[in-house]
Ligand binder design. Structure first.
Ligand SMILES: [Mn+2]
Length: 272
């Protein structure tokens, strides 16, 4: 386990010696990342999220001015610790970009200098990454984002969340999906559809829900009414493409924006 950019490494790392006694291995500082955890046939290098200044400090190299340069150096240091009789897995939390299979995607145009080039990770047999929430963020045979365990944004509503399990004998990965107690869903339809509880399963009604309403007319207290069906409603918006026949698109969009303002005022303040 490694700390990410949203963690306090110091806080998360408290008690890590105790965790290690129960075979939960954690690294939360860059200086500790170079001594691998060895389990059976594999060396695991646990690299927490780090800033370039930490790399300059820990490695004593003022030329490490960005994450990409730092990672090249860190990778080199780790390779020196490689036991040739073992497999080598890197666990990290950073933005990796580029593909080992494509010449058209260079590091500069896909991620800039804050990205680690996938080509610099090739010494490892497998690279298990966190940071990006979408497990399909990178297309590489052995560099894989697991994705977040939960949907942290409505934009992730359609993503399948879970974990990868790696067989260190073959370095083959297998995805195992995890279902949360309450899913996060994004539904589009009319107020009348959503106001009728018989249209939805129990799981749908209990999910964290974002709604896009296709209605063009003002519905007073819409949030409160929708919460009677979806108690975990996290928000709603009015679709810009409501069915309003016979009107030019531009005018419709303008009318919908006005309708949205009225809806908002009515919902928050009871203004009709
Ligand atoms: Mn992150």
């Amino acid at each position: 386990m490694v700390s990410g950019n949203h963690d306090s490494g110091v806080r998360l790392g408290t008690g890590q010696e105790w965790y290690a006694a129960t075979q939960l291995y954690m690294r939360t500082t860059l200086k500790d990342a170079f001594s691998p955890i060895v389990i059976d046939d594999t060396q695991f290098f646990l690299l927490p999220y780090f800033e370039p200044y930490e790399a300059r400090e820990v490695l004593g190299d003022p030329s490490l001015t960005n994450v990409n340069k730092a990672m090249q150096r860190i990778s080199k240091e780790m390779v020196q610790q490689f036991d040739p009789t073992k497999k080598h897995i890197l666990v990290g939390h950073f933005f990796a970009a580029g593909s080992a299979h494509s010449d058209s995607e260079t590091l500069v145009n896909v991620g800039g200098l804050d990205a680690v080039a996938v080509s610099d990770l090739q010494p490892f047999d497998y690279v298990a990454l966190g940071h990006l929430h979408n497990r399909h963020a990178l297309d590489d045979a052995k560099v894989q984002y697991a994705g977040s365990l939960l949907k942290f944004s409505v934009s992730e509503a359609a993503q399948e969340k879970g974990v990868y399990i790696i067989d260190t004998a073959t370095m083959q990965r297998r995805f195992v999906s995890l279902a949360p107690l309450h899913d996060l869903q994004h539904l589009t339809g009319s107020f009348a559809d959503f106001a009728d509880p018989t249209n939805f399963s129990e799981a749908e009604k209990e999910a964290y829900t974002a709604l896009t309403l296709t209605d063009v007319e003002v519905i007073p207290n819409v949030m409160a009414k929708l919460r009677q069906v979806f108690p975990r409603l996290i928000g709603w918006i009015a679709s810009a493409r409501g069915p309003r026949e016979g009107r030019p698109d531009e005018r419709q969009a303008g009318a919908d924006a006005a309708a949205r303002r009225v809806l908002f005022a009515s919902d928050r303040c009871g203004v009709k």
